[in-house]
Ligand binder design. Structure first.
Ligand code: SF4
Ligand code: SF4
Length: 337
């Protein structure tokens, strides 16, 4: 098995939120309509913005997101536009409801991956997090996509609510015929950031370093041994491991329908975006923005993590953390033999 820890530094990655609306109300939803509005981008704007990034770098990957992107009536046209602009890869992240008869509107050659989000190996756990009926609908969507020859990924957002089912995901995704497995860490953005009850503050959804280290790498190895590529965030770094901020060394863009463009997903709850579309033009925003934060060098690693979720850092003594928090975009990937 080949294991790598890296940012994708050579390619440009476009995370394109074409709308913010969704049919679900997941407990950990990171979409913040107060910051990013409720609009659905018209297809001509999507095409213009895709063209802007395609010309920036020949090796660009695009991931269409929402909200739920299949709620957009012109998603198939947007995908074909991305193909015609020679994006290196085209992916759609979906909750599995596949609106507008989406699988009939595109063919497997139009997209590189359909990525389905499922947060449990059982109906009970998944639906507690994502909503009633979601497990059955998503599994049916995956089965249909696999039958029709689409390459599929599954995204599992690990938290205290579902970590007990991570082991069960290994035979489950194998049976479904999934090609890639992504384990994500729950972010303190959107709904999780709005948690205010004392019980939730005492028992946050996030896993501790011990819980993460005990479970995630072991299950990832098992997934790779079963022949499926697996990717998961690094999250914690020993003090002697190098820290890098993707905002300085990688080329990622998180686009929202109100025109905001972020380089760091942890900044998305704030008006800290460093770029914005003004009509058809992508322009830098005024200071202070996320770029100013990327420059700060602190012993805890990621500056944004320290600002918005300091509870996941432990200290030996004031100012001396036990470990560093990695950039949320730093991933470990294990390729099967
Ligand atoms: S499917 Fe995605 S966008 Fe919709 S509620 Fe769940 S996390 Fe939010
Ligand atoms: S998550 Fe932290 S380290 Fe990564 S881009 Fe954002 S500020 Fe930089």
């Amino acid at each position: 098995m080949k294991k790598t820890v890296s940012f994708s530094k050579r390619a440009t990655n476009i995370f394109f939120h074409i709308l913010t609306s969704c049919n679900l109300k997941c407990r950990h939803c990171y979409i913040n309509k107060r910051e990013h509005g409720t609009s659905t981008l018209p297809i001509d704007t999507i095409e213009t913005w895709l063209t802007c990034f395609a010309h920036k770098n020949r090796e660009a990957n695009v991931i269409f997101l929402g909200g739920e992107p299949t709620l957009h009536p012109d998603l198939a046209q947007a995908i074909r536009k991305a193909r015609s602009l020679h994006y290196q890869s085209v992916t759609v992240d979906t909750n599995g409801y596949l609106f507008h008869d989406f699988l009939s509107a595109i063919s497997p050659s139009d997209v590189d991956f359909l990525s389905f989000s499922l947060d449990g190996a059982t109906r009970k756990t998944n639906d507690f997090i994502r909503g009633e009926g979601c497990f059955d609908t998503c599994v049916a969507g995956i089965q249909k996509a696999v039958e029709r020859g689409f390459s599929t990924s599954l995204i599992f957002t690990a938290s205290r609510l579902n970590i007990h089912e991570l082991d069960m995901m290994v035979p489950f995704i194998r049976k479904l015929g999934i090609n890639r497995f992504f384990i994500q860490v729950i972010g303190i953005r959107g709904n999780p950031a709005a948690e205010k009850s004392s019980e939730e503050l005492e028992n946050p959804l996030q896993l501790t370093r011990d819980e993460w280290d005990r479970r995630i790498p072991t299950v990832a190895e098992k997934v790779a041994q079963s022949g499926i590529m697996v990717t998961y965030p690094k999250v914690f770094l020993d003090l002697d491991e190098p820290f890098e901020c993707a905002g300085l060394v990688a080329d990622n863009y998180f686009i929202f329908p109100n025109g905001r463009v972020y380089r760091c997903p942890l900044c998305e709850d704030f008006p800290l975006h460093s770029l914005a579309f003004r009509g058809d033009r992508l322009v830098p925003t005024e200071k202070i923005n996320e770029n100013d934060l990327f420059q700060l060098d602190i012993p805890e690693g990621c500056v944004m993590n320290k600002l918005i979720q300091p509870r996941n850092i432990k200290y030996r003594e004031p100012g001396k953390p036990v470990y560093k928090i990695a950039c949320c975009l730093l991933k470990e990937t294990i390729l099967p033999d």
